[in-house]
Design a protein around this ligand. Structure first.
Ligand code: MG
Length: 375
């Protein structure tokens, strides 16, 4: 990390942890954060949580775990090229989805509806809650006691009402400031990762077709290139070659645009980063192409009737479970039942949000299926 840029985050000058700890031996503070995230329970559960497809639909589809690893890979490549802190961007990337409910966005929307009279539910805030509070592993503190910079990076968006309750980690939303470049990179690496792997998974599932994607310039330019260079290549390889070119194009464009913004805004220090407008960005041209790709995914994949059916089931499972636990918190496992004494709705939401797809399905069966013997 010797050749970090003057505006990079440094773990030696971190704003520290909420509970002071001795400096780690042989690794940096941000490496320690990354390591704690990887060893957390919530991180392991990402393997059985989905983005678009439910976990049991097939072994080849992305889960939140493989998604998070892809985000970290893309973010680290960008950070290295820009002489930024790879460890911090990796920690933020690996933690960014820890608060996700089972069943992707359908699950998060359902839980938010259930929680509307109790402060709502937001996966991004929940990720922070996981690392600040819910992991129970260490003797001296709840949560993972991560550095300020990692926590701030995890909190991508936040309403002013919520920010006001979060103390220093929410302050930037009230002061109109930006987080570190490392956090900004993790945020856009997330977008690059999911747009591209949803194309891949969408095509593999057969819900999305090459015909639909031929309307999307970001895809079709690269598809034509691959077909011209390798006329006899089988479709699976054509798709992979196309997607890897798309990722490359987006990453290169982002690096180029970010470098030009750094110059344009005269950024020298971390404080310049925080006070400038967003620096890590795509060019206007690629941003537009990306928007068209997202619209295509929304229309043809996320709203496909088979995905909608799965989402409807997910909503039912989440709202049934929420209602059952709210009505009778004695059905909760002991550690959540204990928390429910202070705040029943939040304890129920924490329990449900922590479930994997298959655990939620089984729990639903255990509670509602009268023929189920194992409870
Ligand atoms: Mg994500």
């Amino acid at each position: 990390m010797a050749d970090l840029a003057s505006y990079a985050s440094h773990s030696d000058t971190s704003r520290g942890r909420r509970i002071a700890e001795d400096a780690p031996a042989g690794r940096s503070e941000f490496q320690r954060d990354r390591d704690r995230i990887i060893h957390s329970t919530a991180f392991r559960r990402l393997e059985y949580k989905t983005q678009v497809f439910v976990n049991h639909e097939g072994d080849l589809f992305r889960t939140r775990l493989t998604h998070s690893i892809e985000v970290a890979q893309i973010a680290r490549s960008i950070a290295r090229r820009l002489h930024l802190n790879e460890d911090l961007t990796e920690a933020v990337s690996l933690a960014h989805d820890l608060g996700h409910t089972p069943f992707g966005h359908a699950g998060q929307e359902a839980l938010n509806v259930c929680m509307k009279d109790y402060g709502g539910f937001e996966h991004n805030l929940q990720s922070l809650r996981v690392v600040d509070l819910l992991e129970e592993r260490y003797a001296a503190f709840d949560g993972l006691n991560l550095c300020f910079e990692t926590r701030e990076g995890i909190l991508k968006h936040c309403s002013p009402e919520n920010a006001a309750q979060l103390g220093e980690v929410g302050a930037r939303f009230l002061n109109n400031q930006r987080p570190s470049l490392e956090a900004q990179i993790a945020n856009l690496a997330d977008e690059i990762a999911y747009n591209n792997h949803d194309v891949d998974d969408g095509l593999r599932s057969g819900l999305l077709t090459l015909d639909q994607l031929s309307e999307v310039r970001l895809f079709s330019t690269h598809l034509d290139e691959v077909r011209a260079a390798y006329p006899d290549l089988v479709d699976r390889r054509v798709v992979h070659e196309t997607i890897r070119r798309m990722i490359n194009t987006l990453v290169s464009d982002l690096i180029c645009e970010t470098e030009s913004n750094l110059k344009r805004f005269g950024v020298q220090t971390l404080s310049d980063v925080r006070n400038a407008s967003a620096i890590v960005a795509f060019s206007a041209e690629l941003q537009e192409q990306n928007r068209v790709l997202k619209a295509c995914l929304r229309t043809n994949l996320y709203r496909h009737y088979r995905v909608m059916r799965m989402s409807a089931k997910a909503r039912r499972i989440i709202s049934d479970l929420f209602a059952a636990f709210m009505e009778d918190p004695r059905l909760l496992p002991p550690q959540f039942a204990h928390h429910a004494e202070a705040d029943r709705a939040r304890a129920v939401a924490d329990y449900i949000a922590g479930m994997t797809d298959r655990y939620a399905i089984r729990e639903h069966r255990r509670i509602f299926a009268v023929e189920e013997i194992q409870v």
